[in-house]
Design a protein around this ligand. Structure first.
Ligand code: SF4
Ligand code: SF4
Length: 281
Protein backbone atom coordinates (compact mmCIF):
# COMPACT_ATOMS: atom_id res chain seq x y z
CA UNK A 1 0.00 0.00 0.00
CA UNK A 2 1.53 3.36 -0.98
CA UNK A 3 1.31 6.65 0.88
CA UNK A 4 1.24 10.15 -0.52
CA UNK A 5 0.83 13.76 0.56
CA UNK A 6 -2.20 15.88 -0.26
CA UNK A 7 -2.73 19.57 0.58
CA UNK A 8 -6.43 20.04 -0.10
CA UNK A 9 -9.69 18.29 -0.90
CA UNK A 10 -12.49 20.36 -2.42
CA UNK A 11 -16.13 19.30 -2.66
CA UNK A 12 -18.61 20.29 -5.38
CA UNK A 13 -16.08 21.56 -7.93
CA UNK A 14 -17.64 22.41 -11.31
CA UNK A 15 -14.78 23.83 -13.40
CA UNK A 16 -12.36 20.91 -13.40
CA UNK A 17 -13.98 18.28 -15.60
CA UNK A 18 -17.59 17.34 -16.37
CA UNK A 19 -20.42 17.39 -13.80
CA UNK A 20 -19.97 17.81 -10.07
CA UNK A 21 -16.55 16.66 -8.89
CA UNK A 22 -14.40 16.15 -5.83
CA UNK A 23 -11.02 17.71 -6.34
CA UNK A 24 -7.91 16.42 -4.61
CA UNK A 25 -4.61 18.31 -4.69
CA UNK A 26 -1.36 16.31 -4.46
CA UNK A 27 1.45 18.17 -2.75
CA UNK A 28 4.73 18.80 -4.55
CA UNK A 29 5.62 20.04 -8.01
CA UNK A 30 8.89 19.98 -10.02
CA UNK A 31 8.00 23.26 -11.77
CA UNK A 32 8.37 26.74 -10.32
CA UNK A 33 5.98 28.83 -12.42
CA UNK A 34 6.51 32.43 -11.44
CA UNK A 35 2.72 33.04 -11.40
CA UNK A 36 1.84 29.97 -9.27
CA UNK A 37 -1.17 30.79 -7.10
CA UNK A 38 -0.94 27.56 -5.07
CA UNK A 39 2.49 27.93 -3.46
CA UNK A 40 1.50 25.45 -0.73
CA UNK A 41 1.49 22.84 -3.52
CA UNK A 42 5.14 23.36 -4.48
CA UNK A 43 7.04 21.58 -1.70
CA UNK A 44 6.60 17.83 -1.20
CA UNK A 45 6.82 18.35 2.58
CA UNK A 46 4.22 19.49 5.08
CA UNK A 47 4.40 23.26 5.80
CA UNK A 48 3.10 25.67 8.40
CA UNK A 49 0.92 28.54 7.11
CA UNK A 50 0.20 31.59 9.29
CA UNK A 51 -2.33 34.42 8.81
CA UNK A 52 -0.27 37.21 10.39
CA UNK A 53 -2.69 40.14 9.95
CA UNK A 54 -5.14 39.17 12.73
CA UNK A 55 -2.51 37.98 15.26
CA UNK A 56 -3.12 39.34 18.79
CA UNK A 57 0.45 38.46 19.90
CA UNK A 58 -0.68 36.25 22.75
CA UNK A 59 2.54 34.20 22.31
CA UNK A 60 0.85 30.84 22.92
CA UNK A 61 2.37 29.51 19.70
CA UNK A 62 5.89 30.50 20.80
CA UNK A 63 5.48 29.05 24.29
CA UNK A 64 4.54 25.61 23.01
CA UNK A 65 7.19 25.33 20.32
CA UNK A 66 10.40 23.53 21.26
CA UNK A 67 11.99 23.58 17.80
CA UNK A 68 14.45 26.14 16.47
CA UNK A 69 13.43 25.38 12.91
CA UNK A 70 9.79 24.60 12.16
CA UNK A 71 9.15 20.90 11.50
CA UNK A 72 5.42 21.43 10.80
CA UNK A 73 4.50 19.33 13.83
CA UNK A 74 1.22 21.24 14.26
CA UNK A 75 1.47 21.83 18.05
CA UNK A 76 1.11 25.60 17.65
CA UNK A 77 -1.90 25.13 15.39
CA UNK A 78 -3.76 23.53 18.29
CA UNK A 79 -3.13 26.38 20.74
CA UNK A 80 -3.83 29.44 18.58
CA UNK A 81 -7.11 30.92 19.91
CA UNK A 82 -7.89 32.60 16.57
CA UNK A 83 -7.05 29.59 14.37
CA UNK A 84 -4.53 31.62 12.42
CA UNK A 85 -2.22 28.67 11.84
CA UNK A 86 -2.63 25.58 9.74
CA UNK A 87 -0.51 22.77 8.37
CA UNK A 88 -0.59 22.44 4.58
CA UNK A 89 -0.14 18.80 3.69
CA UNK A 90 -1.34 15.53 5.15
CA UNK A 91 -0.13 12.04 4.44
CA UNK A 92 -2.71 9.42 3.43
CA UNK A 93 -2.66 5.79 2.46
CA UNK A 94 -4.17 5.39 -1.01
CA UNK A 95 -7.12 3.33 0.23
CA UNK A 96 -7.86 5.76 3.06
CA UNK A 97 -7.91 8.70 0.63
CA UNK A 98 -10.07 6.77 -1.84
CA UNK A 99 -12.64 6.13 0.91
CA UNK A 100 -12.80 9.87 1.67
CA UNK A 101 -13.14 10.77 -2.00
CA UNK A 102 -15.82 8.14 -2.64
CA UNK A 103 -18.02 9.21 0.28
CA UNK A 104 -21.30 10.41 -1.26
CA UNK A 105 -20.13 9.35 -4.73
CA UNK A 106 -23.76 9.12 -6.00
CA UNK A 107 -23.93 12.95 -6.04
CA UNK A 108 -20.91 12.94 -8.35
CA UNK A 109 -21.93 10.09 -10.63
CA UNK A 110 -25.59 11.22 -10.92
CA UNK A 111 -24.38 14.57 -12.26
CA UNK A 112 -22.06 12.95 -14.81
CA UNK A 113 -19.10 14.00 -12.69
CA UNK A 114 -16.44 12.21 -10.70
CA UNK A 115 -13.06 12.86 -9.12
CA UNK A 116 -10.34 15.20 -10.39
CA UNK A 117 -6.77 14.70 -9.24
CA UNK A 118 -4.74 17.89 -9.34
CA UNK A 119 -1.76 19.44 -7.58
CA UNK A 120 1.03 20.39 -7.34
CA UNK A 121 1.86 17.74 -9.90
CA UNK A 122 0.02 14.42 -9.40
CA UNK A 123 2.47 12.58 -11.70
CA UNK A 124 5.27 13.36 -9.23
CA UNK A 125 3.79 10.79 -6.79
CA UNK A 126 3.16 8.07 -9.39
CA UNK A 127 2.91 4.99 -7.17
CA UNK A 128 0.40 6.69 -4.89
CA UNK A 129 -1.53 8.07 -7.88
CA UNK A 130 -1.94 4.71 -9.64
CA UNK A 131 -2.77 2.96 -6.38
CA UNK A 132 -5.43 5.60 -5.64
CA UNK A 133 -6.92 5.26 -9.14
CA UNK A 134 -7.21 1.48 -8.64
CA UNK A 135 -9.37 2.13 -5.58
CA UNK A 136 -11.49 4.88 -7.18
CA UNK A 137 -12.41 3.16 -10.47
CA UNK A 138 -14.96 2.93 -12.05
CA UNK A 139 -15.86 6.49 -10.95
CA UNK A 140 -14.90 8.99 -13.68
CA UNK A 141 -11.34 10.27 -13.19
CA UNK A 142 -9.80 13.45 -14.55
CA UNK A 143 -6.14 14.35 -14.05
CA UNK A 144 -4.78 17.89 -14.13
CA UNK A 145 -1.10 17.86 -15.05
CA UNK A 146 1.73 20.04 -16.26
CA UNK A 147 2.78 17.11 -18.45
CA UNK A 148 6.23 17.20 -16.84
CA UNK A 149 6.81 13.51 -16.13
CA UNK A 150 8.76 10.56 -17.45
CA UNK A 151 7.04 9.30 -20.63
CA UNK A 152 6.42 5.86 -19.06
CA UNK A 153 4.48 7.46 -16.18
CA UNK A 154 2.65 9.91 -18.44
CA UNK A 155 1.58 7.16 -20.84
CA UNK A 156 0.36 4.93 -18.03
CA UNK A 157 -1.68 7.86 -16.65
CA UNK A 158 -3.26 8.46 -20.07
CA UNK A 159 -4.27 4.80 -20.28
CA UNK A 160 -6.08 4.76 -16.91
CA UNK A 161 -7.72 8.21 -17.00
CA UNK A 162 -11.10 9.27 -18.44
CA UNK A 163 -10.03 12.87 -19.08
CA UNK A 164 -6.60 14.56 -19.12
CA UNK A 165 -6.43 18.29 -18.45
CA UNK A 166 -2.94 19.36 -19.46
CA UNK A 167 -1.30 22.77 -19.18
CA UNK A 168 0.75 24.23 -22.01
CA UNK A 169 2.62 27.24 -20.69
CA UNK A 170 4.93 28.20 -23.53
CA UNK A 171 6.12 26.72 -26.81
CA UNK A 172 9.48 28.56 -26.65
CA UNK A 173 11.90 26.52 -24.56
CA UNK A 174 14.02 29.42 -23.32
CA UNK A 175 11.00 31.42 -22.13
CA UNK A 176 9.52 28.25 -20.63
CA UNK A 177 12.72 27.66 -18.64
CA UNK A 178 12.85 31.28 -17.55
CA UNK A 179 9.31 31.33 -16.12
CA UNK A 180 8.80 27.72 -14.96
CA UNK A 181 12.33 26.61 -14.09
CA UNK A 182 12.23 23.59 -16.44
CA UNK A 183 12.59 22.79 -20.14
CA UNK A 184 9.41 22.18 -22.15
CA UNK A 185 10.91 19.29 -24.17
CA UNK A 186 9.47 16.52 -22.01
CA UNK A 187 6.10 18.29 -21.86
CA UNK A 188 5.84 18.69 -25.63
CA UNK A 189 6.92 15.06 -26.18
CA UNK A 190 4.17 13.93 -23.79
CA UNK A 191 1.70 16.24 -25.53
CA UNK A 192 2.55 14.51 -28.81
CA UNK A 193 1.65 11.16 -27.24
CA UNK A 194 -1.60 12.56 -25.82
CA UNK A 195 -2.62 13.94 -29.23
CA UNK A 196 -2.25 10.45 -30.73
CA UNK A 197 -4.07 8.67 -27.90
CA UNK A 198 -7.71 7.64 -27.55
CA UNK A 199 -8.15 9.50 -24.26
CA UNK A 200 -10.23 12.70 -24.29
CA UNK A 201 -8.24 15.75 -23.23
CA UNK A 202 -8.46 19.48 -22.62
CA UNK A 203 -5.54 21.89 -23.00
CA UNK A 204 -5.30 24.63 -20.41
CA UNK A 205 -3.27 27.77 -20.94
CA UNK A 206 -2.68 30.06 -17.95
CA UNK A 207 -2.61 33.44 -19.69
CA UNK A 208 0.22 35.47 -18.20
CA UNK A 209 0.51 39.09 -19.33
CA UNK A 210 3.68 39.75 -21.30
CA UNK A 211 4.88 36.13 -20.91
CA UNK A 212 2.80 33.80 -23.07
CA UNK A 213 -0.10 35.94 -24.34
CA UNK A 214 1.56 36.66 -27.70
CA UNK A 215 -0.11 35.77 -30.98
CA UNK A 216 2.97 33.72 -31.94
CA UNK A 217 2.84 31.52 -28.86
CA UNK A 218 -0.92 31.02 -29.06
CA UNK A 219 -0.74 30.20 -32.78
CA UNK A 220 2.11 27.71 -32.19
CA UNK A 221 0.13 26.05 -29.37
CA UNK A 222 -2.95 25.73 -31.62
CA UNK A 223 -0.86 24.14 -34.37
CA UNK A 224 0.47 21.50 -31.94
CA UNK A 225 -3.02 20.29 -31.02
CA UNK A 226 -5.30 21.09 -33.97
CA UNK A 227 -5.26 17.59 -35.51
CA UNK A 228 -5.77 15.62 -32.29
CA UNK A 229 -8.86 13.43 -32.56
CA UNK A 230 -9.70 13.45 -28.85
CA UNK A 231 -9.13 17.14 -28.10
CA UNK A 232 -12.27 18.45 -26.38
CA UNK A 233 -11.16 22.06 -26.32
CA UNK A 234 -8.89 24.72 -24.91
CA UNK A 235 -9.46 26.56 -21.63
CA UNK A 236 -7.78 29.93 -21.22
CA UNK A 237 -7.15 30.65 -17.54
CA UNK A 238 -6.83 34.25 -16.53
CA UNK A 239 -4.16 35.23 -14.01
CA UNK A 240 -5.22 35.31 -10.30
CA UNK A 241 -4.02 38.15 -8.13
CA UNK A 242 -4.58 36.17 -4.91
CA UNK A 243 -1.11 34.62 -4.87
CA UNK A 244 0.88 37.13 -2.74
CA UNK A 245 -1.19 36.51 0.44
CA UNK A 246 -0.50 32.78 0.36
CA UNK A 247 3.25 33.32 -0.13
CA UNK A 248 3.21 35.57 2.92
CA UNK A 249 1.42 32.87 4.94
CA UNK A 250 4.23 30.45 4.04
CA UNK A 251 6.91 32.99 4.93
CA UNK A 252 7.94 33.21 1.26
CA UNK A 253 8.30 36.18 -1.06
CA UNK A 254 6.15 36.42 -4.22
CA UNK A 255 8.47 37.38 -7.09
CA UNK A 256 6.40 37.05 -10.26
CA UNK A 257 9.00 38.43 -12.71
CA UNK A 258 6.30 39.96 -14.93
CA UNK A 259 3.98 42.95 -14.75
CA UNK A 260 0.95 41.67 -12.80
CA UNK A 261 -1.00 44.87 -13.64
CA UNK A 262 -0.58 44.57 -17.41
CA UNK A 263 -3.72 43.76 -19.40
CA UNK A 264 -3.64 40.26 -20.82
CA UNK A 265 -4.19 39.53 -24.54
CA UNK A 266 -6.82 36.90 -25.25
CA UNK A 267 -6.36 35.47 -28.76
CA UNK A 268 -9.36 33.13 -28.76
CA UNK A 269 -9.94 33.76 -32.50
CA UNK A 270 -6.77 31.75 -33.19
CA UNK A 271 -8.49 28.63 -31.87
CA UNK A 272 -11.71 29.45 -33.73
CA UNK A 273 -9.68 29.54 -36.95
CA UNK A 274 -8.51 25.97 -36.32
CA UNK A 275 -12.02 24.79 -35.30
CA UNK A 276 -10.89 24.23 -31.72
CA UNK A 277 -13.51 24.90 -29.05
CA UNK A 278 -12.20 27.57 -26.68
CA UNK A 279 -13.47 28.93 -23.37
CA UNK A 280 -12.24 31.56 -20.95
CA UNK A 281 -12.18 30.60 -17.24
S1 SF4 B 1 4.42 23.69 13.61
FE1 SF4 B 1 4.44 25.26 15.20
S2 SF4 B 1 5.00 24.12 17.07
FE2 SF4 B 1 5.52 22.79 15.35
S3 SF4 B 1 7.66 23.25 14.89
FE3 SF4 B 1 6.45 24.60 13.58
S4 SF4 B 1 6.27 26.54 14.73
FE4 SF4 B 1 6.90 24.94 16.18
S1 SF4 C 1 -1.14 31.80 19.02
FE1 SF4 C 1 -2.16 32.76 17.23
S2 SF4 C 1 -2.83 34.76 17.99
FE2 SF4 C 1 -1.36 33.98 19.47
S3 SF4 C 1 0.62 34.86 18.83
FE3 SF4 C 1 0.44 32.85 17.87
S4 SF4 C 1 -0.46 33.26 15.85
FE4 SF4 C 1 -0.82 35.08 17.10
Amino acid sequence: MSKGTVFNIEEFAVHDGPGIRKLVFFKGCPLRCSWCHNPEGLSFCKELMISHAACIKCNRCKEICTNEVCIACGKCVEVCPLRLRKIAGREYEAQELAEILLKGKEVLTDSGGGITISGGEPLSQPEFLFNLIDFIKPVNIAIETSGYAEPEIFQKMVSVTDLVMMDIKHTDNLIHKQFTGVSNELILANLGFLCQSDTPFIIRIPLIPGVNDTITNIEQTAVLIKDAGKLEGVELLTYHKTAPAKYQMLGKEFKPGFDTEKKVNIWSAVFDKHNIKVSLL
